[in-house]
Design a binder for this molecule. Structure first.
Ligand SMILES: [Zn+2]
Length: 383
């Protein structure tokens, strides 16, 4: 059945055939049919359809593409957040606490928790999301996390290299061998991507290379966590290996910025982390001026960023990361799609998925101008 969405005051297409960046149309309409966009153009010229939704001058944007989340977890770390806000520093070690809780949770508990957060995301306009494993860190628990994540999204990422689990504290090399061996064998059938946390306290650059190359040999695309707590050789390794995205990018050398500006690895910024750990925000302007492709994502996880709101990330990016509202919106939609190497989401064009968000506002600028206000009026999604 076809549906005409008409009287759109401002339509963000992100379609390069329409224009640069957000490629906006005024007084527009969109027709969707069977989960796909089949017509885009001026409202006055819209064809008839089986049903019609008038949005009365509202702004319509592509559904958000959240290219970085960690939804397969159990438990809560609100106490750590409270302590951190009282002045204690963030370290990567807190991940092990969630690992313990996740290992002891049932499939039903993990599934229910992930579905709950996924529903939060959907209500806030996210129509595509990536989910990582990384709180199991055993062969069976990593495979289980990915199998359950696959019930929610095809964009699943094997992150056995999230942190070295306590039982391997004196044998990091042994753990890397497991991550690139039996654990990879069990994870690969359920994963599209492989990721590694290349940071002090997690994995070094040589280990990261070994892990990403082992994943590539099994057909998994590369992603990277780097530059969260300090500069990391992982950023340039990610570019060298042709990773789809390097995520965090809070601390970057000039050479890192130049590498991101020249390659096709997306720089994915995760401002919920800096908010929740009281770290300095990444400088998006520096990356944009170097020609890098920038994405925004939530990094939704119970330790360092327990937000499911892409609108919140946009507001922070505009307020504190020197992005314009248009750049931030593009990064949260088309940028996320680039970070997942997808051309069928994050864009409003004929043939793309019919993932659209009607805002309760005349412009997407309101996502940053009215922070914390629920501005999603309706979510239209193929799923
Ligand atoms: Zn992450």
């Amino acid at each position: 059945m076809s549906t005409l969405i008409s009287t759109i005051g401002l339509l963000v297409t992100n379609d390069p055939a329409v224009g640069e960046g957000t490629a906006e149309l005024r007084d527009a309409a969109v027709v969707i049919d069977n989960g796909a966009i089949v017509w885009v153009g001026p409202s006055a010229q819209a064809p008839a359809a089986d049903e019609r939704i008038d949005v009365d001058g509202a702004c319509v944007i592509p559904g958000f593409v959240d290219s970085h989340s960690h939804l397969m977890f159990a438990g809560d770390r609100a106490d750590e957040f409270e302590y951190r806000m009282a002045g204690r520093p963030y370290t990567a070690g807190g991940i092990r606490r969630t690992v313990g809780l996740t290992r002891s949770a049932s499939d039903e508990q993990l599934r229910a928790n992930a579905q709950h957060v996924r529903a939060e995301m959907r209500a806030q306009g996210t129509t595509t999301l990536e989910i990582k494993s990384g709180y199991g860190l055993t062969v069976d628990d990593e495979a289980r996390s990915l199998r359950l994540a696959r019930e929610i999204t095809p964009e699943t990422t094997y992150l056995g290299a999230h942190v070295v689990p306590a039982e391997f504290a004196d044998d990091t090399a042994g753990y890397v061998a497991l991550v690139t061996g039996a654990m990879l064998d069990a994870a690969a059938p359920h994963a599209r991507w492989i990721d590694v946390f290349c940071e002090t306290g997690a994995f070094d650059v040589d280990q990261a290379r070994a892990i990403l190359e082992a994943g590539a040999a099994r057909g998994l695309g590369a992603r990277m966590h780097a530059g969260q707590l300090g500069e990391s050789a992982g950023v340039q390794l990610a570019v060298e290996l042709g990773a789809a995205s390097v995520d965090h990018c809070t601390f970057l050398s000039d050479a890192d910025v130049a590498a991101l500006g020249s390659g096709d690895t997306v720089a994915t910024l995760l401002p919920g982390v800096e908010f929740s750990t009281r770290q300095p925000y990444p400088d998006a302007r520096r990356l944009l001026e170097a020609g890098a492709t920038v994405a925004l994502a939530t990094d939704c996880n119970p330790g360092s960023s327990f937000t499911s709101s892409m609108a919140f990330c946009i507001a922070v990016a505009v307020r504190d990361m020197r992005m314009t509202p248009a750049e931030a919106l593009w990064a949260a939609t088309a940028g996320g799609a680039r970070a997942l190497r997808r051309d069928d989401v994050g864009v409003v064009r004929v043939g793309a998925r019919a993932d659209l968000v009607v805002l309760d506002a005349p412009s997407y600028v309101h996502l940053a101008y009215r922070p914390g206000v629920p501005l999603v009026r309706q979510v239209l999604s193929r799923d």
